[in-house]
Design a protein around this ligand. Structure first.
Ligand code: NAD
Length: 253
């Protein structure tokens, strides 16, 4: 069997790092990329089986260099996970325009450019699995998250187009829409959410988040990684263009 090569962006920590570990456990060669070199080195120290490449996904030259390095070092690219992202909470009137634009660059334009360079390689292989880590905020709105909601809705649209453009050639393109996952990205919002709701930080889970989540818990990173393993498997070859929701019931209410 051909050794599969997987590249994951924003994978020095959180969801991306967990996906990397699981894909490596499943036998793939996994390259983690991130803009944070210190964290990347810590991740590699914890898991020396992973390879790493420094890449800021808001920079097209760095994306091209990353894809070129993957091909020159590993000779193929089978799995591409667009995971890099960040949150910023502010009402529209006060939302910094530069931050809004950067959110689109990191979470929509970056995945678009990665696909632009990865798809010709995957087409030659007649095989590819692209997974874009979107969010439930790509399906429903949330006050205070204009930049994030816009980007995540956008990447779901991009996923559908890419799925249609590649449907006949062994490539699948899907988005995963997690609800609240227990990572720094969520915990860093507690301060801002407490401020906008005028409550104590330690009350954010019980008073703001849990009332929205029927399962009344945060999703674990391992649950997202398990879904990625399935989407990369042969069993999921008929699934493309989907926005797969994993949210403890948030969006069914
Ligand atoms: P995290 O903050 O723990 O990790 C995000 C990683 O992305 C960090 O390592 C960071 O350095 C990297 N990153 C940010 N900007 C980058 C850039 N310009 N170039 C390269 N790397 C960059 O967050 P997480 O919770 O693991 O989030 C991962 C993805 O999952 C994000 O796209 C996020 O929007 C999405 N998501 C998270 C949740 C959640 O509840 N945690 C829910 C839905 C979707």
């Amino acid at each position: 069997m051909v050794q599969k090569i997987a590249l994951i962006t924003g994978a020095a920590q959180g969801i991306g790092f967990e996906i990397a570990k699981e894909l490596s456990n499943s036998g793939m060669t996994v390259i983690i990329s991130d803009k944070n070199e210190e964290r990347l080195k810590e991740a590699i120290t914890e898991r020396p089986d992973l390879k790493y490449l420094l890449c800021d996904v808001s920079n097209e030259d760095q994306i091209k260099e990353t894809i070129d390095s993957v091909i020159s070092q590993f000779g193929a690219l089978h799995v591409m996970i667009n995971n890099a992202g960040f949150q910023h909470v502010s009402m529209i009137e006060e939302f910094d325009t530069e931050i809004f634009e950067l959110m689109q660059k990191v979470m929509v334009v970056g995945p678009f450019i990665f696909m632009k360079y990865a798809l010709p390689i995957m087409k030659q292989q007649n095989f590819g699995r692209i997974i874009n880590i979107a969010s439930i905020n790509g399906l429903v709105g949330f006050a205070g998250k204009a930049g994030y909601n816009t980007a995540k809705h956008g990447v779901i649209g991009l996923t559908k187009v890419a799925a249609l453009e590649t449907a006949a050639i062994g490539i699948t393109v899907n988005a995963i829409c997690p609800g609240y996952v227990d990572t720094e990205l969520v915990r860093n919002q507690f301060q801002d959410l407490a401020k906008t709701r005028n409550i104590a930080v330690e009350d954010v889970l019980e008073q703001v988040l849990y009332p929205l989540v029927p399962q009344k818990r945060l999703i674990d990173v391992s649950e997202i990684a398990a879904l990625v393993i399935y989407l990369c498997s042969d069993a999921a070859k008929g699934m493309t263009g989907q926005a797969v929701v994993l949210d403890g019931g948030y969006t069914v209410q």
